[in-house]
Design a binder for this molecule. Structure first.
Ligand SMILES: [Mn+2]
Length: 418
């Protein structure tokens, strides 16, 4: 049985710039987290006696000016070599083969694929041989379908294609080296080790297996839950068994807190603190985005921006000195005022009209996406000035704003009625 590890999108050296300003002790833990995840991959490879490790691109966050990341990667390659484990690397859109990238010697067990036609590397293990093919990006915005350049595999060996690609329609990721599942199936390989998409996904379980392991360490508030790599065991009939293994050092999570039934400010504070204590019990640093939901009198408090940031600051101060750290990334408000909105939505008056228009807009994915694109276009420059990408404005955020606008508008119309 051949056994190997498939990982991608480590983004070694990701900087988490926004967090340094507010919470340097948290930013420090985060800045270390991608390196910790690499250590966890090396340890897993040893513990599981893997024959080789595949890194499917965006291992380093930047191609240039990121020497620390490249040195860490080479250190990992040397550690694997000491344990007799081979390493295969392709570079992606973040760590493409830029002329100014660090020029380092790699140990013998390590294959870094170039951007030209790929020759397979045959890796021999106690359990048999496998052939590994790969192509690195020669440029950041690779728009060619690289999958089509992978040659026919040698028939008898278990053959693996290592590729950084946007396979099929992917959302939330740039369409680099786009290909389809059908393109990959047609190449005749046994396993496609993909990278680029940060969410774990097994697109096909076998003949060929096609998988994204997701990133080994979550990088932002939307990359929630356990993160890691894939441990793949292949039997003598070339059937792979794919298992997920956690490698993340820090975990992002979204916690919904329901204000329904709460009467006092203290009730909310107790609920938030109880949730932080619970997370701390998990024994790993947690970065939390709270979403306040439900309906009740506390809506007035949660919709007052200054009160909310006081809450945020209080929770951050109490959590960031703790061990392990439990840090409040933000508190998002999705609460509703204390009234029967459904009844009001049916009524034939100005408030009813307003609520129905809001509801129509909210229930159309297409119009939400349109609105997000429009706002992202308008706000591109100011966002850049504070170091944010236009993609920061996505459908999820627009839905939040719409919900807030709906309740604010309803609140004012009701007060005007009174
Ligand atoms: Mn990528």
């Amino acid at each position: 049985m051949v056994r190997f590890i498939h990982a991608s999108d480590l983004h070694l050296g990701a900087a988490f710039e926004g967090i340094w300003a507010t919470s340097p002790e948290v930013a420090e833990v985060l800045a270390r987290s991608t390196y910790d995840a690499l250590d966890a991959i090396v340890k897993l490879a040893r513990d599981e006696s893997a024959a080789f490790v595949l890194l499917a691109g965006d291992t380093c966050n930047r191609a240039e000016g990121n020497l620390r990341a490249h040195l860490a990667l080479r250190k990992a390659a040397r550690e694997l070599q000491e344990s007799g484990i081979a390493l295969f690397i392709v570079f992606g859109n973040h760590d493409y083969l830029a002329p100014g990238r660090p020029d380092l010697d790699w140990p013998e067990n390590c294959t870094v694929f170039g951007s030209d036609a790929s020759e397979p590397v045959i890796v021999s293990t106690d359990a048999g041989e496998a052939a590994v093919f790969g192509l690195s990006y020669g440029r950041r915005d690779e728009k060619q379908n690289l999958a089509l350049r992978y040659p026919a595999p040698p028939g008898d060996l278990f053959s693996i294609g290592l590729l950084h690609t946007a396979c099929g329609p992917v959302s939330g990721h740039a369409s680099y080296a786009p290909c389809t599942v059908e393109d990959l199936v047609a190449r005749g390989y046994d396993y496609w080790a993909l990278g680029h998409v940060h969410a774990r996904a097994v697109l096909r379980p076998s003949s060929p297996a096609i998988a994204y392991p997701g990133n080994p360490q979550g990088l932002n508030p939307n990359e929630t839950g356990p993160r890691g790599c894939l441990l793949v065991s292949v039997d003598d009939r070339k059937n792979p068994t794919i298992e997920f293994r956690e490698t993340d050092a820090v975990r992002w999570c979204i916690e919904d807190v329901d204000i329904t039934g709460m009467q006092r400010d203290q009730d909310l504070q107790d609920a938030l603190e109880a949730r932080l204590t619970e997370l701390q019990g998990h024994g790993r640093p947690s970065l939390v985005r709270f979403r306040l939901v439900g309906r009740g009198p506390l809506h007035r408090l949660t919709s007052a921006t200054s009160d909310l940031s006081d809450f945020e600051e209080h929770l951050r101060a109490s959590g960031s000195g703790a061990h392990p750290i439990v840090w409040t990334e933000s508190i998002r408000v999705l609460t509703q005022p204390d009234m029967d909105m459904e009844a009001r939505r049916q009524s034939e008056d100005l408030l009813g009209d307003f609520l129905r228009i809001a509801d129509d807009l909210r229930s159309s994915d297409e119009r939400i996406a349109e609105l997000a694109a429009k706002l992202a276009g308008e706000a591109k420059k100011p966002l850049q000035e504070i170091g944010l990408d236009a993609a920061w404005i996505g459908p999820e955020r627009v839905r939040e704003w719409l919900a807030q606008a709906e309740w604010m508008g309803a609140d004012r119309l009701i007060r005007a009625e009174d």
